[in-house]
Write a protein that binds this ligand. Structure first.
Ligand code: CA
Length: 541
């Protein structure tokens, strides 16, 4: 944008600067960023505090169910003390956040910044282009030494967050711990298997037999048919049965989009997908093995099922067993490696993306102090601070060992790591980058993440798809196509997926289903994804 303005019209540029001056706002001028704070004697360009007299910024952020308002979190109290920047947090429950964020932008009711912002590429490009959010590269250059250092050291991260127009509109969040390759950890109740004299299932049919036994043989011995053979959360991250489709030769994922030999495949129209749905309907749903609430429940409802006073959960999908069933009951469950399907196939998908996410922090045009805001957020790109933002503060979650590494303190009694993290840290989507190098040197991996890595290597990696769809930053016209077609199309696919599993009628309705997808633009959508992937693969070489 800056370049266009400079070459197109010097008059326009001068006008913009005058306007910015009058309104007390700020604007890039091509020679670096000059805003109100820059000329303010209250502002320290380096060192701490950032401002001599407190300045308040209004920041909107999603929060997890168990999290307090961020103003009550120790880590932010500490930051406020050190920087003199006070944050007026508006915390929105994470389940409502996307809708609320879109509403705030659409109605021009902007905070100074969005934090853990979850801005999509489309958001970044659209709102960057229309001026709703600011280009950040000049601000990074002048006021973000930690982030600047990181981007110099890791040009791949800089490339990943740079929009096709050359601007950086959103800051990264990244935990480079390489544990997100398969989100679908599938667990079964081994205490019940032992009690009922069943072997640990290796095939899908053996697994089905175990679910039938769970349902009919009262393994919790309370005389009531209260066992839930299998519960999950349909099409939700780390809680869906997408991994089990691999038993039919083609694993599914949340985008229904996988890559084999450089070719993009839309799973939800393939014969393997259809076979899987028929199996799940005929063998599972019709026999009452699937918890009907799997299609409607939210996470708290789902997690509560693991903690009923009599053990009732036979099998579930979640990335950590203890978070579902509690620390004591965890020993009753074990992970199930990919099961062999009726045709002998065995496999698991690889989650798409996996690099840094780039919309984690944006500064809006409403912000009178972009320099102060950038200096404030840059504190969180210092590796020790990034770790505390992501997992929790020193003295609460960590202590520094002799080598200066943050190591985990024991958890409070009876609290799972996942629950505790929600209470003390903004968590995974928050700004901050913890690189592969930082793990082990700056910060120890969470015990459960370490465990997860071990489990991934042991149970899933040998059967995993080799390729995935990388986190490509698309051209604006490509995003237009994706945004025009994909949301409705995926919604339709997901609704149908649920209906097929619950109601069956798959053979009868299949052709119509596929035709509808063609009409919705599936071919055009896949062409964009293929083109993006081809370009990406060429750039890597
Ligand atoms: Ca029972």
């Amino acid at each position: 944008m800056k370049k266009i303005v400079r070459s197109a019209s010097a008059v326009m540029l001068a006008g913009a600067l005058v306007l910015a001056g009058c309104s007390g706002g700020s604007s890039g001028n091509g020679n670096g960023y000059v805003g109100k704070a820059e000329q303010d004697t209250n502002f320290n360009k380096e060192g701490l505090p950032i401002v001599k007299e407190p300045v308040t910024l209004k920041v909107v952020a999603p929060k997890a169910a168990l999290a307090p308002n961020f103003s009550e979190m120790e880590i932010f109290k500490k930051l406020e003390k050190e920087t003199n920047v006070k944050i007026d947090w508006e915390n929105i429950p994470d389940t409502d956040y996307v809708e609320k964020k879109n509403l705030l932008v659409a109605s021009d009711t902007l905070p100074d910044a969005f934090y853990a912002a979850g801005f999509t590429d489309y958001d970044l490009v659209t709102y960057g282009k229309d001026g709703t959010i600011l280009p950040l590269e000049d601000l990074i250059d002048k006021y973000a030494p930690n982030l600047k250092k990181l981007l110099e050291k890791r040009p791949d991260i800089k490339a990943a967050i740079t929009a096709p127009d050359g601007h950086i509109y959103g800051l990264p969040t990244f935990e480079e711990n390489e544990i997100g390759t398969n989100p679908f950890f599938h667990a079964i109740n081994t205490k019940w298997l032992d009690k009922l004299g069943l072997k640990f299932p290796e095939t899908l049919d053996e697994y089905t037999d175990a679910l039938v036994a769970f349902k009919n043989q009262d393994p919790n011995e309370n005389g009531k048919p209260d066992e839930i053979p299998l519960s999950f959360m349909h099409m939700q991250w780390c809680m869906d049965i997408g991994g089990l489709f691999g038993a039919f030769g083609l694993p599914d994922n949340l985008e229904h989009r996988i890559v084999r030999d450089g070719k993009v495949i839309f799973t939800a129209v393939q014969p393997e997908y259809k076979e899987a749905l028929k199996y799940f309907n005929e063998k599972w749903y019709k026999q009452g093995l699937i918890d009907p609430e799997s299609f409607t429940q939210d996470a708290p409802q789902y997690l509560a099922k693991g903690k009923t006073s009599d053990e009732t959960l036979g099998s579930f999908v979640w990335w950590e067993i203890e978070e579902v069933v509690g620390a004591d009951r965890g020993k009753d469950y074990a992970l199930v490696p990919p099961l062999k399907g009726p045709g002998g196939k065995q496999g698991i998908g690889r989650a798409n993306g996996g690099g840094p996410a780039r919309g984690s922090f944006v500064i809006t045009k409403a912000d009178k102090y972009p320099e102060i805001t950038m200096r404030w957020i840059d504190q969180q790109y210092e590796p020790y601070m990034a770790a505390q933002i992501h997992w929790g503060p020193i003295d609460v979650v960590y202590k520094k060992d002799a080598s200066g590494k943050l190591v985990n303190l024991p958890l409070p009694e009876g609290v799972s790591a996942g629950e505790f993290r929600q209470k003390v840290a903004p968590g995974a989507g928050a700004p901050g980058v913890i690189t592969k190098d930082d793990f082990g040197k700056i910060v120890d991996m969470e015990p459960r993440a370490k465990q997860r890595k071990v489990d991934l290597e042991k149970f899933y990696e040998p059967y995993m798809e080799k390729e995935n769809y990388p986190g490509i930053f698309f051209l604006p016209e490509e995003l237009d196509t994706i945004n025009r077609i994909e949301p409705e199309l995926i919604k339709f696919v997901n609704t149908q997926r649920g209906k097929f599993i619950v109601d069956g009628n798959i053979d009868a309705e299949w052709d119509n289903y596929v035709k509808t997808l063609d009409k919705m633009g599936l071919k055009e959508l896949m062409e964009v994804y293929q083109k993006g992937l081809d370009r990406y693969n060429q750039n890597i070489k």
